[in-house]
Write a protein that binds this ligand. Structure first.
Ligand code: 6PG
Length: 242
């Protein structure tokens, strides 16, 4: 586990953009293409805009990248709540990438139909290891104040789903369905990034770093076979050793 604490969101995004280019180019050198999962929520929006902007945007071989999503709300792709919609506005519509390389979660279907369709899509496009586990190059995640990542929320059955790559989950406290990848995808990634910014995340970061709570929080079950990196700004990292 690595952590990078940067002064603010601008410097956090600049640091992450540099590492992002490294991950893409080493994946393309090794396997001819890269497989990247994007996060939803608000925190990564600024980062996506930076990835779409020159010079960074021009230095990424988007023609060799497959883009996936960690989770989605049960809404159509043009809905303001859609994670695809957010990423499309901030990044995908502004880069030269083949639409056939953008693998969004069909949130417009029922949650179960969307999860089934996405499982099939992941099986079709992702690289797999000899144990039939998916091997993405990077999974980008945000962090909720309750310790959820993607739509892996505390006290939901999906936390123990180690069979599927993606599944539907009813989130009681939000009274809504979500579709999310499972730990089977996240923990088989070469790189997992947690993007955490702002004072509102200070308490959860404090609890996870300073008070090990034996996997009480979904984020604590992130134990990838590859490298886990926390990108934090100082506001979120106030109570941890830098
Ligand atoms: C979602 C996300 C979710 C998000 C966290 C943090 O669909 O909402 O995938 O896991 O990353 O809730 O959200 P913010 O970045 O908006 O604080």
């Amino acid at each position: 586990m690595h952590k990078k604490v940067l002064r603010d969101m601008d410097s956090l995004c600049a640091e992450a953009a540099y590492d992002f280019v490294q991950i893409i180019s080493s994946a393309v050198d090794a396997r001819g293409e890269a497989h990247i999962f994007l996060a939803g929520g608000n925190t990564p929006r600024h980062f996506y805009k930076l990835l779409a902007s020159p010079p960074i945007g021009n230095s990424i071989p988007w023609g060799k990248v497959h883009i996936y999503f960690g989770d989605e709300r049960n809404v159509p792709p043009d809905d303001p709540d859609s994670n695809y919609n957010m990423a499309n506005r901030a990044l995908l519509s502004r880069i030269n990438i083949d639409p056939l390389r953008i693998h969004r979660i069909p949130g417009e279907l029922t949650a179960d139909e969307a999860a089934l369709a996405y499982n099939n899509k992941l099986k079709h496009f992702l690289p797999f290891d000899s144990n039939e586990n998916p091997c993405p190059d990077l999974v980008l995640l945000g962090l909720g104040e309750d310790g959820h990542v993607a739509s892996l929320f505390p006290d939901t059955d999906i936390l123990n789903n180690h069979a599927d790559f993606a599944a539907a989950v009813w989130v009681e406290k939000l009274r809504t369905w979500r579709i999310t990848i499972t730990y089977r995808v996240i923990n088989n990634a070469s790189n997992v990034w947690l993007f955490v910014s702002g004072e509102s995340k200070r308490d959860i970061v404090d609890r996870v770093f300073n008070y090990s709570t034996s996997e009480r929080y979904p984020v604590e079950r992130i134990k990838p076979r590859g490298k886990l990196t926390w990108f934090l700004d100082e506001a979120a990292a106030q109570r941890i050793v830098k």
